[in-house]
Write a protein of this length. Structure first.
Length: 158
């Protein structure tokens, strides 16, 4: 199943999020900013609760023999539905409308979590993220130079 609105929101969030190299800063960012956008004011918001980050290096067919492409692939594994600043879950109708109409997600896939969201931000429910939700970025570099790797910013690709 396709989730076009969710994919667009995820890509926008990833474009602003700190690099996966900075795990603590990234986690703080993902806990603070929902997929709904930085200026969201709704009572219900959707966050990335967990993600899987994979990194690999591949040969670059368009570069010199030493050219490589670093590939980072990020997949959310769990999403958190948060009833902002509330100790109790939103009504089932409110949750259903929000998840179904805004994101195309099944509200039955989300289950209560005892702990409140980040910094007591509200009641949360978590559910599996769609497997099709993915963000991939490529960065070209070549082996060589003093430190073994010299990046060529003119070849950075998205």
């Amino acid at each position: 199943m396709s989730y076009p609105q969710l994919q667009v929101a995820f890509e926008q969030l990833m474009a602003r999020a700190p690099s996966a190299l900075f795990k603590r800063a990234r986690r703080l960012y993902l806990d603070k900013y929902p997929l709904d956008g930085r200026n969201s004011s709704g009572l219900l918001r959707l966050f990335i609760a967990e993600e899987r980050v994979e990194e690999s290096v591949e040969p670059d067919p368009e570069a010199t023999p030493n050219g490589k492409i670093a590939v980072i692939t990020i997949r959310p594994t769990r999403l958190a539905l948060v009833h902002c600043k509330q100790q109790r879950a939103a009504s089932s109708q409110m949750r259903s409308d929000y998840l179904s109409n805004t994101w195309g997600l099944d509200p039955l896939d989300f289950k209560d979590v005892e702990a409140p969201w980040f910094r007591s931000g509200g009641h949360q429910q978590q559910g599996q993220a769609p497997r099709s939700l993915i963000w991939i970025r490529h960065s070209a570099f070549s082996e060589g130079g003093e430190d073994g790797i010299s990046e060529d910013p003119l070849h950075l690709r998205q």
